[in-house]
Design a binder for this molecule. Structure first.
Ligand SMILES: [Mn+2]
Length: 291
């Protein structure tokens, strides 16, 4: 029979005693450090869909303990879950990890997006230490005030939301494959060659225009509201740059880009692209959900 000491991992307990923040229960010797970042911003996890890279996210969170964690929308994909229930263990682990983080003293702020808009009615409430707020303001160590918002409200402002279907290289590759099948079928039916990829290239171009328009619109609104910058998500396009003097940050997503925005202790902002360890990588790229 295993002793209680063995069951708790033996030597790992010592690490537990000294750890203040964000001790990882499974790996007590790994994550038991004080927060190394002032703030971490993540969005577009799309938990509840097959595209969500939950284990990579868990790894990332373990390596990025922070004082504040912003969940910038589309965390749980209510749209997909309503259609088809999909909830593997790893998705549970993410939710548990977030709750545990809040319990260990990290301020966790959830800014709902369009896929989890059901949470918007809980604005101002607190669930297990997680604050729900439809928008937030983050002040960096060097005094910059950043507006934190998911970004879907700008869909209505911008013409042509056709980009929705065209974001993501995997989808593009899939379309090229489809193109081959389609044209062999057309050939058998005696129809001339028709290039789906040409058609798509035109569409991708308008998708890129959409991205630029989105970025400009969000930055302009942040400026209009008197903020020095903005942190958003929604379009699954990680980015950090100044647009007409306003800092535009998009923390990306955990479906495609595996990216986050972090604020170092000195107020420096950085876009982090997470590379999952070999063991965590999915064997084959899948068709992923977008925005
Ligand atoms: Mn969204």
């Amino acid at each position: 029979m295993r002793t209680a000491f063995e069951a708790l991992g033996g030597w790992g307990q010592v690490g537990n005693l000294s750890a203040g923040f964000e001790t990882d229960d499974e790996h007590p010797n790994e994550g038991g450090e004080r927060p190394r970042f002032r703030a971490v911003f993540i969005s577009d996890l799309h938990l509840g869909t097959a595209g969500c890279q939950a284990s990579a996210l868990l790894e990332f969170l373990k390596h990025h303990p922070s004082q504040t964690l912003y969940l910038v929308g589309d965390i749980i994909d209510g749209w997909q879950l309503r259609r088809k229930w999909f909830w593997p263990q790893a998705h549970n682990d993410v939710v548990q990890k977030l709750l545990r983080r809040a319990r260990k003293g990290c301020r966790v702020v959830f800014v709902p997006g369009n896929h989890d808009e059901f949470a918007r009615q809980f604005h101002g409430h607190n669930f297990g230490g997680i604050e729900v707020s439809n928008e937030a303001v983050h002040t960096t160590a060097d005094g910059q005030r950043l507006w934190v918002v998911h970004g879907d409200h700008f869909d209505g402002v911008i013409q042509c939301a056709k980009w929705l279907a065209y974001v993501g290289d995997n989808l593009y590759e899939f379309t090229l494959r489809l193109n081959r099948h389609l044209n062999s079928l057309r050939a058998r039916m005696g129809l001339p060659y028709w290039s789906l990829s040409q058609y798509l290239k035109h569409k991708v171009k308008s998708a890129l225009n959409y991205v630029t328009d989105f970025e400009r619109a969000v930055a302009a609104e942040a400026r209009h509201k008197g903020y020095q910058g903005v942190v958003c998500g929604h379009i699954h396009r990680p980015e950090m740059r100044h647009i007409d003097g306003t800092l535009y940050c998009n923390d990306g997503d955990w479906v495609e880009s595996l990216s986050a925005l972090v604020e170092h202790m000195d107020g420096r902002l950085e876009l982090v692209h997470w590379t999952p360890s070999i063991a965590e990588r999915p064997s084959e790229p899948q068709l992923r959900q977008t925005a």
